[in-house]
Ligand binder design. Structure first.
Ligand SMILES: *[C@@H]1O[C@H](CO)[C@@H](O)[C@H](O)[C@H]1NC(C)=O
Length: 215
């Protein structure tokens, strides 16, 4: 009876506001990275994607992930004719990978849809290799390649990623650069899942490591 009463008190404000408890505790991740950056590739392979897979469909409720293929020492500028040119930290090949990722994100705006593709493109040799390895539907692949190689892709990098970076952050000096609920903490770059489990996901999901490291 006492347990029941406590339960009601905790949940009542949420029912009154018409919001669900899950939405209230959603953790918002905003991540910046670079297509040819080894640390970004490592982060995708060993941290972000294992976490995403482990949490599976629950990701949509408990986490929101926003990925921006735009890193340090990168910049896009638009001339008076609307032509965008970009410089990327690891050169032109990286610009094209970033641009391809930007096109995929634009086309499949929900991270549950785009993240696998973006992770697969990450770290590839070049845009052709990325498209061949990661975009299996022929029509989708052709559309994404056209976009990635074009002014449209560069414009997306400028409008949807560079501008967001400029708005959110004074100075990105490292990628992967991760903000959690609007705040950057370097710890998240070392052990994202553990860090989110310890500090942000309440109640702690079953999928989390049992041990608490970040108190
Ligand atoms: C792209 O990468 C693939 C795979 O490594 C390689 O075979 C191909 O020659 C590269 N293409 C260009 C244009 O560099």
């Amino acid at each position: 009876m006492i347990v029941g009463a406590v339960f009601l008190i905790v949940l009542l404000p949420d029912f009154v506001n018409g919001r669900s408890v899950v939405e209230d505790s959603q953790v918002k991740l905003v991540i910046f990275g670079e297509g040819r950056c080894r640390d970004t590739t490592y982060f995708f392979k060993w941290h972000l994607m294992p976490m995403f897979h482990l949490f599976g469909i629950n990701s949509g409720g408990r986490l929101s992930i926003e990925y921006h293929p735009f890193g340090v020492k990168s910049s896009c500028v638009e001339n008076s004719k609307g032509e965008v040119s970009c410089l990327c930290h690891h050169g032109e090949r990286e610009c094209l990978l970033n641009s391809l990722q930007a096109c995929v994100i634009e086309t499949l705006p929900n991270f549950l849809d785009y993240l696998e593709h973006v992770a697969c493109i990450q770290g590839r040799e070049n845009i052709t290799d990325a498209a061949d390895s990661c975009l299996h539907d022929p029509i989708f692949k052709q559309k994404m390649l056209e976009c990635g190689n074009s002014n449209r892709g560069r414009k997306l990098m400028l409008e949807k990623h560079q501008k967001v970076q400029e708005k959110l952050v004074d100075f990105v000096d490292w990628v992967p650069w991760i903000s959690i609920n609007g705040e950057r903490d370097k710890n998240a770059e070392d052990d994202l899942w553990q860090f989110i489990c310890d500090r942000y996901l309440k109640p702690r999901p079953e999928e989390c490591p049992k041990r608490i490291c970040f108190t």
